[in-house]
Design a binder for this molecule. Structure first.
Ligand code: MF3
Ligand code: CO
Length: 248
């Protein structure tokens, strides 16, 4: 069942989402060559706690970090570690916050220092794919419309659209119905209604769409070793469109 949130729940989801957006803003100046992903994780967790929330991902199905840090060929769910960021890396940072039992979820890919044109284009197109997917959303639109917009745009630019992982409803649980794939047919899939809250999150590869999971049972990497980007917002479905809850 896809839940329609009450006005009281929407208030809490807005606060959770804003804490996630603010955590991204807080981290941004620290994303430089020389910092470790573990240091970013600690900074994020301290910030989330300082806002009266907790990190949604910590211990989620045994996940060991507070945020996910996925570098270069890592697609999603990279575990924070002693890895030192290098000039020319890209890093996808995925952040979830739980405020009074309601979640916000947003990922963004950042450049570390100066990056090459392939990575620059990948980031630009993945962000654009997110906003084209979001642009289909309004009361009465269908989940397949979102995936169709994301997929069509990414393929036009010869990029690989990851299929194994999908967006999702957000509420009292980090992952709720419906699944929101980054591919699909227009006019198919669940109907979106005013008051639903979903996370749209294209994961797009510079090369092939194929991915593997590492032996740590979390980190997803591209099969061909090429870079991958991830942009995600949690949004509220409104009568005429959507409202971003995880604004920067
Ligand atoms: N943010 C991820 C998502 O959008 C969830 C991370 S799951 C974790 O689905 F276990 F890695 F935390
Ligand atoms: Co998500």
């Amino acid at each position: 069942m896809i839940t329609i949130k009450t006005p009281e729940e929407i208030e809490l989801l807005k606060i959770a989402g804003q804490i996630v957006g603010d955590t991204h803003n807080y981290l941004k100046p620290f994303i430089k060559p020389g910092i470790t992903t573990k240091e970013l994780d600690q900074l994020a967790e301290e910030y989330i706690l300082s806002r009266g929330a907790t990190a949604s991902f910590k211990n989620y199905q045994g996940y060991p970090g507070s945020i996910c840090t996925s570098v270069n060929n890592e697609v999603v769910h990279g575990i924070p570690s002693d890895r030192v960021l290098q000039d020319g890396d890209i890093i996808s940072i995925d952040i979830g916050a739980n405020y009074k039992g309601y979640h916000g979820d947003s990922a963004w890919t950042y450049a570390v220092g100066t990056i090459d044109e392939q990575k620059e284009d990948l980031m630009k197109h993945t962000e654009q794919a997110l906003f084209l997917g979001l642009a289909t959303i309004r009361d009465g639109s269908r989940v397949g419309d979102i995936g169709n917009a994301v997929y069509t745009y990414a393929r036009k630019h010869n990029l690989g659209v990851v299929r194994e992982l999908v967006g999702h409803g957000v509420g009292k649980n980090l992952h709720e119905e419906p699944d929101v794939p980054n591919f699909g047919k227009k006019g198919t899939g669940p109907i979106l209604k005013e008051g639903m809250v979903i996370a749209v999150e294209p994961m797009i590869n510079a090369g092939s769409h194929h991915v593997y999971i590492l032996d740590d049972d979390w980190t997803i990497i591209t099969a061909d070793g090429k870079p991958s980007a991830h942009f995600e917002h949690t949004v509220l479905v409104t009568k005429d469109g959507y409202e971003i809850l995880t604004k920067r």
